[in-house]
Design a binder for this molecule. Structure first.
Ligand SMILES: O=C(O)CCC(=O)C(=O)O
Length: 254
């Protein structure tokens, strides 16, 4: 039984078990209506209105890092701003992992029992991100909220010789207002990336791991997704947190 705020078009599962991506052997979850359209709009408005120095401009993409960039894999202790906490973090903490509630929520076993770090990535159509792993700085759980437009996240496995196998082993279609959670082995053993394409092609029940969990298959019935600008918020728990007084000793060691 789902927790529903139908007036807001928010539909949360009773537990993450109901949102499990069954085609993936390692735990991953997809919730299509995690945010309402109003919440999506408010987040996008906030993201574009932050002072310009908050953005890091990369060659084709720009990003914000909250509350701050890591220094030697450490976060200087600071709270996330309210607009990144509510509704996303509070909602993440409200969904039990299993129906009996014994396992708590998705961050119950992380060092700070909540995400303490958020990357905001903005992808214009045609722009993605190279396949990569997220590394040792974080607890191995990533919660990704998608805003604005749909796109496909590709998940890759390295070959035995360490080279990247260029064909993704899984493809996850992320709709605007959705939440994707990847955990454990998917985080540590696999790479993830987004292709530099203006259209995601060959989308179907057999090629998209979360096809059965999509809010609507209608936009993709021809097997295509024409991308608009998609913004993602990736929530993670940074393992090592330094109190402000110690920041200067970290900087001295750089
Ligand atoms: O935007 C996304 O969905 C992926 C972002 C990503 O790969 C990362 O932050 O490491």
């Amino acid at each position: 039984m789902a927790t529903i705020d139908a007036s807001q078009n928010v539909f949360l599962p009773a537990s993450l078990d109901d949102a499990r991506i069954q085609d993936m052997p390692l735990a991953a979850y997809y919730i299509p209506n995690f945010l309402s359209a109003d919440e999506e709009r408010a987040l996008l408005d906030k993201i574009v209105s932050v002072p310009r120095p908050r953005w890091t401009q990369l060659t084709h993409r720009r990003l914000q890092t909250w509350p701050s960039e890591l220094i030697q894999n450490r976060l200087v202790d600071a709270p996330l701003p309210d607009w990144l906490n509510k509704p996303v973090v509070s909602r993440l903490q409200s969904i039990p992992v299993s129906p009996d509630g014994l396992a708590g929520h998705i961050f119950s076993n992380s060092p700070h029992s909540r995400p303490n770090h958020v990357l905001v990535n903005e992808y214009p159509p045609g722009i993605g991100i190279m396949p990569h792993k997220d590394g040792a700085a974080y607890h191995p759980i990533v919660c990704t909220v998608s805003l604005g437009s749909s796109l496909v996240l590709d998940i890759y496995k390295s070959k035995d010789d360490g080279a990247l196998d260029p064909s993704p082993v899984y493809r996850v279609l992320q709709e605007p207002r959705s939440l994707l959670i990847t955990t454990e082995g998917l985080y540590t053993d696999y790479l993830h990336g987004i292709a530099d394409v203006e259209e995601d092609l060959d989308l179907s029940e057999t090629t998209v791991a979360n096809w059965g969990l999509l809010r609507s298959k209608q936009p993709f019935v021809e097997g295509r997704n024409s991308r608009g600008t998609r913004t993602s918020l990736t929530y993670r728990d940074v393992l090592k947190v330094t109190k402000l007084g110690n920041k200067f000793s970290i900087l001295q060691k750089r």
